[in-house]
Design a protein around this ligand. Structure first.
Ligand SMILES: *Cc1c(COP(=O)(O)O)cnc(C)c1O
Length: 402
């Protein structure tokens, strides 16, 4: 082909180029922008072709639960960017997490997971898996020895997220995944907080990486989505069958939004990280702020590990105000620009009070163990001008001083 009609990815492409062009599959009309195939089914030319397709001897599509050209474009673009052999998109991040976990375990198996994780992930591992006879041990993910000593003869999976929600604790990906490999255990990394731009778990030894595309991949608060990435062997042998049969498939419309979102992801995330770094520094100077947790700051408890595995501090900040819940609530209620919500990774900056929302189901003791205090506020930095966010936070913290 003279021109790049169907953008075969070139290995020389830089990440930004891959996110704009990779995976594009043009129709007979040679459209510039990716097409939206809003269809449930596909028509066969003959009964023979239908038979061949069901036997997977003919490469076309059958039914959107199994696959769809728009969904494939999203999967291929993310896969090529991530450097993964294979990718399956899902309807939500939790569908990706659940599919990745349940594809590998059966009754009698055991999972080891880092305790500091997204609430629903903890629920799937601790409660839902337990109902089907899969036991788990939750550990301090920072401690490599804790991973080693939690291994049982029936341990099949390691699961962790880094940085963690909400307190931005890090897990040494290379260290933990090596322990998994050495023991024949499959490792799954939830890479949502770091984003595919800032952290590459597969290159650091992880077997599978999972995303909530709802967050930074969409980046504009519109569509839910998720993805599981890894080797062809693990995805085709385990994850694919789970997704095809149980049906947590991504909607083509959402896939279309997400494939377009990937084009702008690096620009958005870099801008958000630059603002977040400045806001984290500013917060340390504001009244009543007793602690700021940001992986890009030298005073982060794991700053050395952050520098090693994350080329950027990310766009999430956690900070604590003196005076517990009443003080935190005063701050949230005094903000005028930054939105109060439980989402993150949006173009709009968002604050959350984890203790009473995303983590309210945990007991006080569990929250204490995770370092989620009543005065902790989680901040997701959007695309607004730094000065406007700085004004809003300074005014709110001054007003809430009490
Ligand atoms: C949001 C999130 C999920 C779940 O994603 P959904 O798209 O809401 O289902 C999983 N893990 C982490 C770390 C998240 O932030």
């Amino acid at each position: 082909m003279a021109n790049n009609q169907n953008s075969e990815p070139k290995s020389s492409w830089r990440p930004e180029t891959a996110l704009v062009h990779a995976g594009t599959n043009r129709s007979q009309w040679s459209e510039t922008s990716e097409a939206l195939y809003l269809t449930q089914g596909f028509v066969y030319n003959s009964a023979e072709q239908a038979e061949a397709r069901f036997k997977q001897e003919d490469p076309g599509y059958q039914y959107t639960r199994f696959g769809n050209p728009t969904i494939s474009m999203f999967e291929d673009r993310l896969r090529i960017f991530e450097g993964a052999e294979d990718c399956r998109a899902t309807a939500t991040g939790m569908a990706a997490v659940t599919a990745a976990i349940l594809s590998f375990v059966k009754a009698g198996d055991h999972i080891v997971a880092a305790r500091a994780m997204f609430g629903s992930c903890r629920n799937v591992i601790e409660t839902i898996c337990a109902r089907f006879g899969v036991t788990s041990t939750l550990i301090d993910g920072k401690d490599l020895n804790a991973w080693k000593s939690a291994i049982q003869p029936n341990t099949k999976l390691f699961f962790f997220e880094t940085p963690s929600n909400p307190n931005l604790e890090l897990v040494d990906i290379q260290g933990v995944c090596k322990i998994a490999r050495d023991n024949g255990i499959v490792s799954i990394v939830d890479n949502v907080f770091a984003t595919p731009l800032l952290q590459r778990p597969l290159a650091l030894g992880a077997d599978l990486v999972v995303y909530s595309a709802t967050k930074h991949i969409d980046g504009q608060g519109r569509c839910l989505g998720g993805a599981v990435l890894g080797s062809k062997e693990l995805i085709e042998k385990y994850v694919q069958e789970w997704i095809r049969q149980t049906g947590p498939s991504l909607a083509p419309f959402n896939a279309w939004v997400l494939v377009k979102s990937l084009e702008t992801m690096p620009v958005r995330i870099r801008a958000q990280c630059a603002t977040a770094a400045k806001i984290a520094d500013l917060l340390t100077t504001l009244p009543n702020v007793t602690r700021v947790l940001y992986p890009g700051r030298a005073d982060h408890p794991q700053a050395a590990l952050a520098a090693k595995q994350m080329p950027g501090g990310g766009q999430m900040i956690a900070f604590e105000v003196d005076g517990g819940k009443p003080a935190a609530f005063r701050v949230l209620n005094a903000l005028r620009l930054i939105l109060l919500s439980n989402n993150l990774g949006d173009a709009k900056s968002i604050v959350t009070h984890p203790a009473t929302t995303t983590h309210f189901k945990l007991t006080t003791a569990q929250r204490e163990e995770l370092g989620i205090s009543d005065g902790m506020i989680r901040l997701s930095i959007g695309l607004e001008a730094f000065e406007d966010l700085a004004d809003d936070l300074s005014t709110a913290l001054e007003a809430a001083k009490g």
